[in-house]
Design a protein around this ligand. Structure first.
Ligand code: UDP
Ligand code: MG
Length: 320
């Protein structure tokens, strides 16, 4: 049986050394798909990306694909990271609704119909919001996520609870827009939000990793946080200017205060040290304003270099 021309649902799963999880993952996914997406108008495909696994993951995936024409496997030549792996699969998807999922069964496949239903309602991006988060992976795994969620909420203005959950559904348009972005380091949930009109979240269950260990070491995580922070805002750079202005104003006010004090108490002792402080603050402030200004240019260069599509036209309406 040849793959259908264009399925309704595309499921994208990045795989990096997940040999223990693949059989269970597929068993559970297959059950959900057979139950909810069996009709021709709700057809499906699954695209796995093997992100340079060193175990038997790739062989297992190829064996799955051999028995099921609706499964495709994108093989990377080495490990490029989860988000690149998802992009690799995005390039192949043909469905109208795209769902991403982790392979370790922390995101239960049983939640997929819930997300798809939201896209049916007209949402462009549907995020999973993990309930009762199971992070056996230490402080280093949960703490950065919390900070990132808070910063992201502030900078994007989109109030979502959980940017880290990769169980998410996207409309075709949003995925197409993401594929047009040329940048190398991107954080998919944040990128998706920047192209979406209607965004929502649904609570999803969260389990412990079913087997194997988290593929994120501390360093990979730090890197990811920076990707997220820089991938859609120049806020860190702009903070430099803000800091500069505040310091310079403080220095100036201190100076003004000293002058007034001098007039009120002409006989008072000399305030030499304070005068120096005032001057110092003022100049340090000016320096930071200059850093900020430089940063602003660099930030703009960065945005240009990323070459993101400036807009996506959904439809041009005109009288026939
Ligand atoms: N993953 C990947 N490439 C990587 C790291 C992870 O494709 O370099 C996949 C991994 O196989 C899993 C998903 O991304 O399907 C999430 O990884 P993990 O569970 O280790 O992340 P965590 O749950 O700790 O955030
Ligand atoms: Mg995981």
């Amino acid at each position: 049986m040849a793959p259908q021309s264009s399925p309704f649902l595309s499921i994208v799963i990045p795989i990096y050394n997940e040999e223990e999880n693949i059989p269970t993952l597929w068993a559970r996914l297959d059950r959900v798909l057979a139950e909810h997406f069996a009709t021709p108008e709700r057809s499906w495909e699954v695209i796995f990306t093997d992100d340079g696994s060193r175990d038997r993951s790739l062989q297992l995936l190829i064996a799955l694909a051999a028995n099921e024409p609706r499964i495709q496997v994108v093989e990377f030549n080495r490990n490029y990271g989860q988000h690149s792996a998802i992009f690799g699969a995005f390039a192949e998807v043909r469905g109208r609704v795209i769902v991403t999922l982790d392979a370790d069964l922390q995101n239960p496949p049983e939640e997929i119909p819930k997300l798809v239903a939201k896209v049916d309602e007209g949402y462009d991006v549907v995020g999973g919001w993990r309930q009762g988060r199971q992070d056996n992976d230490s402080f280093f795994r949960t703490m950065p996520s919390k900070i990132v969620n808070a910063v992201t909420r502030k900078t994007t203005g989109v109030v979502l609870h959980d940017y880290g959950c990769m169980l998410r559904a996207y409309s075709r348009e949003v995925v197409d827009a993401m594929l047009l972005c040329k940048e190398r380091s991107s954080f998919i949930p944040a990128l998706a939000n920047s192209f979406a009109k209607r965004i929502t979240e649904v609570p999803v269950a969260h389990a412990e990793r079913s087997a194997g260990t988290s593929k994120y070491g501390v360093w990979k995580l730090i890197n990811l946080q920076f990707d997220l922070l820089t991938s859609f805002s120049l806020l860190p750079l702009q903070m430099l200017s803000v800091f500069g202005v505040v310091t310079a104003v403080f220095g100036f006010l201190l100076f003004l205060g000293l002058v007034i004090y001098r007039f009120l108490h002409p006989e008072g002792t000399a305030q030499g040290v304070f005068t120096l402080f005032a001057i110092l603050f003022f100049f340090v402030g000016c320096q930071f304003i200059a850093f900020g200004l430089l940063g602003e240019y660099i930030g703009r260069i960065y945005q240009e270099v990323r070459d993101r599509p400036r807009y996506m036209v959904k439809k041009v309406h005109r009288a026939e």
